[in-house]
Each structure stands twice: as C-alpha cells, then as structure tokens.
Design a protein around this ligand. Structure first.
Ligand code: ADE
Length: 227
C-alpha cells in the first residue's frame, strides 16, 4: 500500500518512522510519502490560506495550492481522505475497508479547513472514472488543531491490518472493537497476585470453555461506565 500525506507540518508525521509503522515500512508492506504543502506556494510569504468569502472568523486553505499538491497524486485507484471534524466518523470498520486499498492520500487541513471546491473537484466524474474517490473523515467529535494527528491515528489503525504487519495475526481476530462490536475482555499476566490483587481464579483453571465464557461476559460489560 502507498500512503501520501499532504500537510504544512511534515514534522508532525515523524512517528511514521517508529515502532509498528516503521517496521511495516522497512518490510516493504507500506510506503509513506510526506509532502509539504508550502512547497507548492509561489507567493513570497508562502501563504496557504486566506479570509473566508461571506465573512466570519478564521482562515480557509487556498484551493489553488491544494490542487497543485494533489494533482500529481491522483493516479488510478486512489482514495483521497480529507480530514475534518465535519467528516464521516472513522471506526474499525472503515479501517478494515481502507486496509484493502492500494493508495491512500491524506489531506491535512488546518485553520477553518480547506476550500470546499477541492473536495468537489476531485469528486467529479473525471476522477471517479479513474477509480478515484473522495471521503471527508473525522476521528471523533472534538476539534483538533488540524488533520495531522487524525491522519496518524487512521494510518496506524489501517496499517496494522495489512497482512504481515502483526507478528501474530490471531490478535486481529480477538482484539477490541472487532467486527462483533464488543470491547475486548481484561487481560492479566504474571505474577498471579500483584499488590494483593489476584488474577481471576477461572483464568488459572485450564478450563478453556469456561474461560471463553467468562471472557465473552467480561467483554460485553466493559466500557459501560461513562466519564
Ligand atoms: N481536524 C480537526 N479536528 C479533526 C477531527 N476530529 N478529525 C479529523 N480531522 C480533524
């Protein structure tokens, strides 16, 4: 899979080099390309934004510069993901679907977002005929300073689903937020007693059917206490 990220803060994407993502890249499973949006500006101040038509607070990112950055990336079979708190909510199901893609492009907006004509332009028939699709995506109902952290969240959730990334693929079947929608059961390791707290007896019993039942029950009830 190839992943492109367009941002005015390329350094924000440094974690792509680390841990699981860095290993996936080293193994040739995923290929990251980070692009500095400002390098596409031709004005003296390298401005990427301007005041909104119709008035209002904040600044809007210029369509011209986004067009220059995105045009070369819009090859056949590409999913363009525009990060915005107003987008469709990202979840495990979307991660699963996007993990089947061959090319993802993340457009990280800042300020009040990207001029909507960028979304409109890449959503036209001219692009869909080349299997280029556009999605506005949010990682949750809160407002971040920009799409960079959101793109990191999505890239990590998607990349770990790619074949060969996890050492033990079984962990994909059992883990939290799996297809059944249940949160995973609580886990314990050695020692059997830590600070007077004992591991649940059943887990030491060797009775796998009962353990599975206990875990299913615990998983169902987990995460129900709201903040
Ligand atoms: N940009 C700002 N807030 C965001 C969010 N919650 N999700 C995606 N992109 C964003």
């Amino acid at each position: 899979m190839r992943i492109d990220v367009v941002t005015i803060f390329p350094d924000y994407l440094a974690p792509l080099e680390l841990s699981l993502l860095g290993k996936a890249r080293d193994a040739g499973i995923v290929d990251f390309h980070i692009h500095d949006l400002r390098s596409f500006t031709s004005n003296n101040h390298h401005a990427v934004d301007d005041t909104p038509y119709g008035g209002g607070a904040g600044m809007v990112m210029l369509p011209e510069i986004w067009g220059l950055a995105l045009d070369p990336l819009m090859v056949e079979d590409t999913e363009l993901i525009i990060l915005t708190p107003a987008g469709e909510r990202f979840d495990q199901r979307m991660a699963q679907r996007l993990s089947g893609s061959s090319h993802l492009v993340f457009a990280c907006g800042r300020y009040e977002g990207i001029d909507d004509r960028v979304r409109q332009h890449y959503s036209t028939d001219r692009y869909s005929a080349r299997k280029i699709t556009v999605h506005e995506v949010s990682i949750g109902d809160y407002v971040l300073g920009g799409g960079e952290v959101a793109s990191l969240v999505m890239i990590e959730a998607i990349t770990r689903l790619l074949p060969g990334v996890l050492g033990n693929p079984d962990s994909l079947c059992e883990e939290s937020h799996n297809e059944s929608g249940y949160l995973e059961y609580p886990n314990f390791t050695k020692p059997a007693i830590w600070r007077d707290i004992a591991v649940p007896e059943i887990l030491l019993s060797g009775n796998h059917a009962e353990i599975a039942k206990w875990r299913a029950n615990m998983a169902k009830n987990r995460g129900n206490d709201n903040l």
